[in-house]
Design a protein around this ligand. Sequence first.
Ligand SMILES: [Cu+2]
Length: 143
Amino acid sequence: MKKLFLAFVFAVFSSSTFAADLTIEMLNKNPETKKRMVYSQEVAKIDAGQTIEWVPTDKGHNVEMLAGPSGYELPKKTKMNKPVTMTFTVPGIYLYQCSPHAAMGMIGLIVVGGDTSNMDAIKSAKVSGGKSKKKRDKLLGSL
Ligand SMILES: [Cu+2]
């Protein structure tokens, strides 16, 4: 019953408030996986032109783009504790991290338009620390 209620609240909330096509939460702990310092969805698949909103469910996180398809100009890293919305028009794989938790494996991938042709570039993109490297390779392996 509680789940049903939450689903209802979410449906109302998302249709009236969010313009984004996908919402990703920035979390100290994922209640499902129990993993700490994570984005709620580590691999996001969207169509070209779609929008993602990152919401600061927990404090102390941000979004710092590290790499994308060629032609993509990396935006400045976002402010802590602020919701951020980005629209992705260029197909390809994008890699980002949370600046303060980069070394703890708080990273994420976005695949736009099902295009994975820049896989090799993302594979060699610089991330902080062994944990993030491992996760980057694991996430890429899941594509
Ligand atoms: Cu973080």
